[in-house]
Design a binder for this molecule. Sequence first.
Ligand SMILES: [Cu+2]
Length: 217
Amino acid sequence: MRAHSLLALLVVSASLAHAQNAQISARVTDAQGMPVADAVVVAVPSDGKLRLPARALQDVVDQVDKEFVPKVQAVLIGTAVTFPNRDSVRHQVYSFSPARRFDLPLYSGVPQAVTFDKPGVVILGCNIHDWMVGYVYVSESPYFAKTDAQGKAVLLDLPPRAYVVRVWHPQQSGTEEDTRKTVDVSRAGRTEVAWTLTLKPEVRVRRAPAGGSHHGY
Ligand SMILES: [Cu+2]
């Protein structure tokens, strides 16, 4: 497709989306029927046409009381994420994940941003505090949301069409691909979709006793 016709298509689809948009309301529960928070719900248009924002986005994962906040951060591909340290001790945040390997030097305050330019899951750790685990979920689609404490997430402003919708959670026992559902939101309005995930127990590294830091950090 030539560049100018692609542009015309984008303009047409943008104006249609403006005229009438659709929503997907997702609900995620576990095998016991309890709500699952921190699940990322991603919708990809079935025709593969993704409209990404012209400008790269920015987001934040804080370190508060020696934990990542939020524990799961969902971002669009291309987003620059900063990792501000709100603690009085220093952190050294890294990831070995193939989607984005990085290693920030030991720091206080706000280090340089890390850009996430490949879709996938990036597991965060801290070289100083072994129990610190966080996740940056990098979505290839601009249509994503994270479930709240009630296990609910709403994807807003969807151009009306069919989507393949999937769910990711750090403890899910199956694969993200197994959760794929085709959801047709050709008509404006809200469509409800529910998933039941089987979750593995959370692997927790014991924290050092409060106030008992053996490090000089
Ligand atoms: Cu740390």
